[in-house]
Design a protein around this ligand. Structure first.
Ligand SMILES: Nc1ncnc2c1ncn2[C@@H]1O[C@H](COP(=O)(O)OP(=O)(O)OP(=O)(O)O)[C@@H](O)[C@H]1O
Ligand SMILES: Nc1ncnc2c1ncn2[C@@H]1O[C@H](COP(=O)(O)OP(=O)(O)OP(=O)(O)O)[C@@H](O)[C@H]1O
Ligand SMILES: [Mg+2]
Ligand SMILES: [Mg+2]
Lengths: 262, 262
């Protein structure tokens, strides 16, 4: 069974999608691993970020979760070698209300992956990366229950830092009741500007709180990163040698090192 | 009855909270109006942004919506003249599931404001500003149903632009079924950098799509804006003469001009 990684933070705009697509693409290209990216955000930014046009997002994660399609039918190729995706579209935002009376709804994604074991084995995935929406509602809870471990992008800003304690409380609650082996793989500082006083303070706080869990690599603010989505490419492919791509490549290497030394 | 304004965009991190607190503070201080800010985001960033400590967020919007407190009991003073707030705390994220079987849940906030007419009149509010969470789920729908008009912060980036059509569809749907007088007051370009090619493109697209609705003023990326929340102050008070404060003051003036010329 592949390792299942959620990229998560309820604070909006901290770089979840950007991190999910560059981690997924980095594992696929640099490390020759088969990777599945699951877009679990009704905004569908991860689908856009790997070049899947909104008109091509039928047989989405929503259809899969409500049992309309099989796992295999939902997997789409991307233009990136070894990287496949299950897309998301706006229908997904209706799921929470539709499942309100289902007492097992938190296990829906975990059970789906378990039940599709053979289809997943056939694809020989080493990793499943899940891009989460900016909230602690059902979609994010489902992802926490289904995951082995979490990557938490942290924007070096005050509001983002304040939200961390809420995220940690939710993770602890899930660990106790729904997924006892869940752990935090690491905290990735994003949009980081060494010259900015606030960034330095946030980094210090994060290292005090999370110690070694904070990755050594961090991602600088880099305009090429925000240009990449309009070309449907992760920045590590859009502009290989820009500061953003180099930083994400370094992060992927550190991610792999931590995986192999576990 | 006061004018009810929602600050809304399901895309995360585009400047909703920053815009809500600076608009509310600007109306209160510069124009001597009594303003109520409602924090409708479980993250509670608007409450933080006007200096309300997390330990002081009892009698929150959640307690008010479930009928535990009255409107008057929920209103808290801030250190900003003429600005009061109803705070939010993480309990709010449980509301959607708790109300799942309530067919009238979309009207909850609208009916609450209607039922509290006398308490609101006593306070002599001219405006109620609602800071929405980054999603199109129940909390945001409740706010759309309760509002007269909407301010839509738009980050000058590709993912943010792509989300606009989804937002417009949702607003149209609400107008037809739940709130026929709802309109868009304006689109505010945030984190705007004139030198950046992508920003220029997003501005052009937004003006093509929304015409006059796009405010003439826009908010530059300015580090003082991201420092202000750690002091519990809107940037227009934290650093009156920085680029961010001057831009928000200009926006508030433009907002008022459009209000009076309606
Ligand atoms: N290091 C960076 N430098 C510059 N721009 C960045 C960087 N990381 C992300 N961005 C841009 O900032 C915006 C927010 O990033 P992204 O959409 O990845 O965050 P998110 O956490 O997934 O947002 P949401 O909460 O809406 O899901 C995007 O427009 C993205 O292109
Ligand atoms: N013009 C700006 N220049 C620099 N930083 C800004 C600007 N506007 C907002 N910020 C900072 O960017 C971050 C995102 O802004 P904010 O929290 O207001 O967005 P939001 O849309 O309310 O986010 P969410 O979707 O999580 O509710 C915050 O840390 C804020 O301080
Ligand atoms: Mg995202
Ligand atoms: Mg906000």
């Amino acid at each position: 069974m592949p390792r299942i990684i959620s990229v998560i933070n309820q604070k909006g705009g901290v770089g979840k999608t950007t991190t999910a697509i560059n981690l997924a693409a980095g594992l696929a290209i640099k490390n020759w691993l088969n990777v599945l990216l699951i877009d679990l955000d009704p905004q569908g930014n991860a689908s856009t970020g790997v070049g899947i046009d909104p008109s091509q997002r039928d047989k989405s994660i929503y259809d899969l979760l409500i049992g309309k399609n099989s796992f295999s039918e939902s997997i789409k190729k991307t233009k990136i070698n070894n990287l496949k995706i299950i897309t998301a579209n706006p229908e997904l935002s209706g799921l929470e209300t539709e499942l309100a009376n289902d007492s097992q709804k938190a296990f829906l994604l975990k059970n789906l992956i378990g039940d599709s074991f053979q289809e997943i084995e056939k694809e020989n995935f080493s990793y499943i990366i899940i891009d989460c929406p900016p909230s602690l509602s059902l979609l994010t809870i489902m992802s926490l229950v289904a995951s082995n471990t979490l990557v938490v992008p942290l924007q070096a800003e005050f509001f983002a830092l304040e939200g961390l304690s809420q995220l940690v409380k939710t993770i602890e609650r899930i660990k106790i009741n729904l997924n006892k082996d869940l752990d935090i793989h690491g905290i990735l500082l994003t949009m980081f500007d060494k010259r900015n006083k606030l960034c330095g303070e946030v980094e210090k706080e994060a290292r005090n709180f999370f110690g070694q869990k904070v990755y050594n690599s961090n991602i600088p603010r880099n305009v090429r990163i925000s240009e990449a989505p309009s070309f449907g490419l992760p920045v590590i492919l859009y502009d290989k040698y820009c500061a953003g791509a180099l930083a994400y490549n370094e992060f992927v290497e550190e991610f792999i090192t931590r995986e192999t030394s576990k």
